[in-house]
Design a protein around this ligand. Structure first.
Ligand code: FAD
Length: 394
């Protein structure tokens, strides 16, 4: 039986789902060929990126060792992919000691994802970009709360009990809700009045939830208000300095901590890895995720510039998009290996699941032109299922 080496770069949500989908390809090929799967990631573990706000508010470990997820059937290698040589079908991989190895592949899946947009260092505050910054955020607000407990009262105590999240996308919404919950609990434990905790969500737009209808944005805002978050619309935060968050216009806001949640951008490493890119910096692929001009190379997830062939709309950077792409990729690879027509990309339906602190959430989807909204514990349970599913935990 012929064995083909299939290398997946990136053990994020899309890479994991791709590995799962590709495990089935050998079965589909019914003994004619077999895929040997290799998963490469910079880290030995998968980071449950959708839960990044959790270590910012508590001690939760949001990593899973990749070898634990694929104990037998996928070879896991820790290393950074630095260059794809499409002509020779080889991938350069740098290990933790800086040694570079050239690895042959028959099939290559690029799923190196995205990074969180960073403000300039002069803008102060902390961007929620990864595990280290999440820990720094946690340390800062906890130490602020302890300092607040030592203050006799007044404006300084209130400032120390305040935080702002600049950027009101879904990640900013979820972070502010979790933070308000955690800060209130901490205040109560320290003998402070939890009602004095203020968490501001700074929104540059007129309303929340630009991805869906205005009424869902309003509902989301009401739920956030109930959770202790104050939403400030039409405000552009510029800089945190001297214990204040400064805006493009208007009065500065006294806060003990500013968190930036500025959204995602394609992994900057794409610029040097040797794959063709779209003007937005995502990998240039066709409707079957095949990388232009590179035989046997595919790309999915946040790093891929996947466009709905019907509407011309680019896929967003979310787990649901990556998961559906991965499932389809399994079918595409099977078809390509059999010389059959491959299924083409289809956009996912509108579906958003937003966590609003423990046991609270909001789900919105649109079907047959109708808006369906679910809130409360049910929405929270669905959200938890989605989080777990995205990391192969069910
Ligand atoms: C704070 C936050 C909250 C979010 N919340 C949600 C949410 O609620 N719902 C939702 O659907 N989406 C959410 N997202 C978006 C979601 O996390 C991404 O869409 C998803 O992680 C994309 O998966 P991916 O596998 O394409 O990329 P990534 O998750 O970015 O994974 C890329 C992987 O590639 C590895 N890698 C990168 N470069 C290399 C290299 N050169 N060599 C080897 N390995 C490399 C990385 O270590 C990483 O493991 C959130 C994102 C953030 C940051």
């Amino acid at each position: 039986m012929e064995e083909l080496t299939c290398v997946i770069i990136g053990g994020g949500h899309a890479g994991l789902q791709a590995a799962k989908a590709l495990l089935n390809v050998s079965k589909e090929l019914q003994g004619s060929r077999r895929l040997r799967l290799i998963l490469i990631d910079k880290q030995p573990y998968h980071v449950r990126k959708v839960l990044l706000f959790r270590p910012a508010v508590g001690e939760e470990d949001i990593t899973i060792p990749l070898a634990k997820l694929f104990p037998d059937d996928v070879q896991v290698i820790q290393g950074t992919a630095t260059k794809v040589d499409g002509g020779k079908k080889r991938l350069l991989v740098r290990d933790a000691n800086g040694n570079e190895t050239s690895m042959p592949y028959d099939l290559l899946i690029a799923a190196i994802g995205s990074t969180v947009r960073q403000p300039a260092p002069v803008q102060g505050g902390i961007a929620l970009t990864g595990l280290e910054s999440a820990a720094a955020i946690r340390e800062r607000w906890r130490s602020n709360m302890r300092r607040a407990a030592g203050e006799p009262g007044g404006a300084e105590r209130l400032r120390l009990m305040s935080a702002a999240v600049a950027g009101a996308g879904i990640s900013g919404v979820e972070t502010s809700a979790e933070l308000a919950h955690a800060m209130r609990e901490e205040a109560a434990a320290l003998g402070l009045d939890p009602r004095a905790v203020k968490v501001y969500l700074i929104n540059a737009h007129d309303r929340l939830f630009q991805e869906g209808p205005a009424k869902v944005g309003r509902k989301l805002e009401r739920l956030l208000t109930d959770s202790g978050v104050t939403v400030l619309h039409r405000r552009k935060a510029l800089q945190e300095s001297d214990g204040r968050l400064w805006f493009e216009s208007g009065e500065p806001l006294p806060v003990g901590l500013s968190i930036w949640a500025l959204g995602l951008e394609p992994n900057p490493a794409l610029r040097s890895i040797g794959l063709p890119l779209t003007p937005e910096g995502r990998v240039l692929v066709d409707a079957c995720y095949r990388v232009h001009g590179m035989a046997g190379v595919y790309s999915i997830g946040d790093c891929a510039g996947i466009v709905d062939p019907v509407s011309g709309r680019p896929d967003g950077m979310t787990c649901k998009e990556g998961s559906m792409q991965a499932i389809r990729l399994g079918k595409i690879v099977t078809a390509d290996l059999q010389g059959l027509p491959a299924p083409s990309h289809k956009a996912v339906m509108d579906f958003f699941c937003i966590g609003l602190g423990p046991n609270r959430g909001l789900v919105w989807t649109r079907k047959w032109g109708l808006d369906m909204i679910m809130t409360g514990k049910l929405a929270w349970n669905l959200k938890k299922w989605v989080w777990n599913h995205a990391s192969l935990l069910q």
